[in-house]
Design a protein around this ligand. Structure first.
Ligand code: 1CP
Length: 366
């Protein structure tokens, strides 16, 4: 059964993501609903992060904040949730420690850890475990009333695997590397299990009202080219292949799919052939070079200014936008303007406004 919502007044993001010629590039930024916004802190109060995710009213309010603040400039909303809801649905405890980030009190130590078997054997009822995400999406679609499309997302298997074995953020990735280089087969079993849950979670987000889905492979760049081929790419491909099949079986239309293999600059060429419509890119890649690598393929790029430029002057921001426009904006298609990673805490929200205005100014007449 397909839910119905008010028709979109601004469908620029969806047209661009399908590879169509558009009047200007759509714009949004990763982590746009978050800590740099004073209204985010106000809405969150002293509530726990995951408590906010689980409350559809709060989650939808926070999702809408950047859409309201940047009305007329921003072309998408992204549901306020987190990639770590999947490990939670798989039975793991994840806490969000203020100012520190995610913490798993009991990460998966090794394949002999009884928890590893339990996580693998568990029959996860995603619809039940993550029902609050779908409720938040449906409520957000209603509140958006067609202003802009709503993006759903999940973490990619390799990135989620890292959190599940490290127990939180890490610089060394020592546990993740121990797993893949000592226990490759056991690692792959877990990656496969996560990938199937990703498909299910994305499909249910689409059923609830998500109009584009994005897969965040934030730790792709921790893998070298051959390890990426072995431990990340197969699972990204699995998601891109299975999601449309799953949607079809549920009687739902396809939605555009984005993959963001952060840091895996060597994999750009193969990322263009993984079955996604949009490939997200960090700031280590020159836009014009990326366009050359893409060649004639009908793939859309998303990115890629250094998020740190928003700490800079207005002139520095303008220069960063000019570089993107020069490299990415060819033939009025193939680009969704964004940063190369999430917007960071401490950025002045007016600098993001300037970023959006400059994209607008530099592309509207071309
Ligand atoms: O506007 C949005 O994008 C909001 C939705 C959103 C998304 C897409 C949040 C809210 N998190 C994410 C994805 C996410 N979460 C990623 C992938 C994108 C990326 O690479 O940045 C990752 C790696 C996480 C894990 C996570 N959650 C971290 C990173 C920790 C680390 O290892 O460096 C952190 C700090 C969080 C908490 C979180 N998630 C979202 C917000 C707004 C916050 C901050 C919570 C707070 O302190 O209030």
């Amino acid at each position: 059964m397909e839910l119905t919502f008010e028709p979109l007044k601004n469908d620029l993001l969806l047209r661009a993501a399908w590879g169509q010629v558009v009047e200007r590039p759509p714009m949004w930024v990763m982590r746009q609903a978050g800590r740099y916004l004073p209204e985010y802190h106000e809405a969150k109060g002293n509530r726990d992060f995951f408590e906010c995710c689980r409350d559809p009213e709060v989650a939808s309010t926070i999702t809408l904040q950047p859409v309201e603040r940047y009305a007329g400039l921003i072309d998408a909303a992204i549901i306020f949730s987190d990639i770590l809801v999947i490990p939670q649905a798989m039975g793991m405890v994840v806490e969000m420690v203020d100012k520190k980030g995610p913490h798993f009190p009991a990460p998966l130590k090794n394949p002999q850890d009884p928890q590893y078997g339990q996580v693998l054997d568990r029959d996860v009822d995603v619809g039940k475990e993550l029902d609050y995400v779908y409720k938040a999406i449906t409520l957000t679609r209603k509140k958006l009333a067609g202003q802009v499309p709503l993006i759903g997302f999940c973490g990619a298997p390799w990135t989620l695997f890292c959190y599940m074995v490290e127990g939180g953020g890490t610089k060394l990735f020592s546990q993740s590397k121990t797993w893949i280089y000592r226990h490759p087969e056991e690692s792959k079993k877990l990656l496969h299990k996560i990938a199937d849950i990703c498909v299910e979670h994305l499909a249910l987000q689409v059923r609830a009202g998500a109009q584009l889905v994005m897969v965040f492979e934030s730790w792709a760049g921790e893998l070298g080219p051959s390890a990426f081929k072995e431990f990340s790419e197969p699972y990204l491909r699995h998601i891109a292949q299975k999601l449309p099949e799953k949607l079809k079986s549920m009687g739902l239309e396809r939605v555009p799919m984005t993959v963001f293999p952060k840091g895996a600059w060597y994999a750009l060429d193969s990322a263009c052939d993984m079955g996604y419509n949009v490939v997200g890119m960090d700031w280590l890649r020159d836009p014009a070079e990326a366009v050359k690598i893409r060649g004639s393929r009908n793939i859309v790029f998303q990115g890629n200014a250094d998020p740190g430029v928003l700490y800079g002057t207005k002139e520095a921001i303008t220069k960063a936008v000019e570089e993107m426009v020069r490299g990415f904006w060819v033939g009025n298609k193939g680009w969704i303007a964004n940063l190369g990673h999430g917007i960071t805490p401490g950025v002045d929200p007016d600098n993001l406004k300037h970023f959006f205005e400059e994209v607008h100014r530099l592309t509207k007449s071309s």
